[in-house]
Design a protein around this ligand. Structure first.
Ligand code: HEM
Length: 161
């Protein structure tokens, strides 16, 4: 568990390249993207449940699946609505901790982020693809923020001190 979340968020921003302009862009595109996010959550869980290597981590949670979907959706919304600060880092690290507790391999988390990114890319292209400049900014902001969350969630795995 990281003790200094101010340092952690600064490091994660530096590593992922998330800039203040990206942060402003995420807030700007929030109203366009948020109504479409449930489609990503649904596709995410269909994929995890129908893929044998990932489904075995969800067997025990069959009855909690709707709850997990709700928290997943809330997690995605938070990328577009919350300030990306020390409190945000704390929330993300807690999510990382939960995956360590269920002994989810780290590469499953990294791989699964690609499903989320692909879903977001599709929505951005569909909803604002006519405006190339806006689309590029949105894609870069989304890429940076999802990378930032991975940087933080990986902390829980304590690969190095
Ligand atoms: C980047 C990818 C992922 C994100 C963003 C994510 C998001 C989350 C969030 C927000 C929670 C917290 C739920 C709560 O507050 O109670 C959670 C828990 C959980 N996730 Fe993930 N998840 C990811 C990948 C995965 C994968 C690949 C699996 C399984 C193959 C998985 C299985 C679980 C399980 C079983 C829990 C419940 C843990 C518990 O209640 O103890 N997650 N996930």
């Amino acid at each position: 568990m990281s003790e200094n979340f101010d340092e952690l968020i600064a490091r994660a921003k530096s590593l992922s390249g998330l800039t203040p302009e990206h942060e402003a862009c995420l807030k700007e595109i929030a109203p366009i993207l948020i109504p479409h996010l449930p489609k990503i959550t649904d596709a995410f869980y269909v994929r995890l449940i129908t893929t044998p290597v990932t489904s075995k981590f969800l067997v025990k949670y069959e009855e909690k699946l709707d709850y997990l979907k709700d928290t997943h959706l809330a997690w995605m919304k938070s990328l577009f609505t919350l300030s990306i600060d020390a409190e945000f880092a704390k929330r993300m690290e807690r999510v990382g901790d939960m995956h360590v507790e269920i002994q989810l391999p780290l590469d499953f988390m990294t791989g699964a982020m690609s499903l989320i990114n692909n879903g977001l890319i599709k929505i951005i292209m569909t909803e604002m693809g006519d405006d190339k400049e806006k689309t590029l900014k949105a894609l870069q902001a989304v890429n940076a923020v999802t990378a930032l969350t991975l940087v933080i969630m990986q902390q829980s795995y304590q690969l190095f001190d």
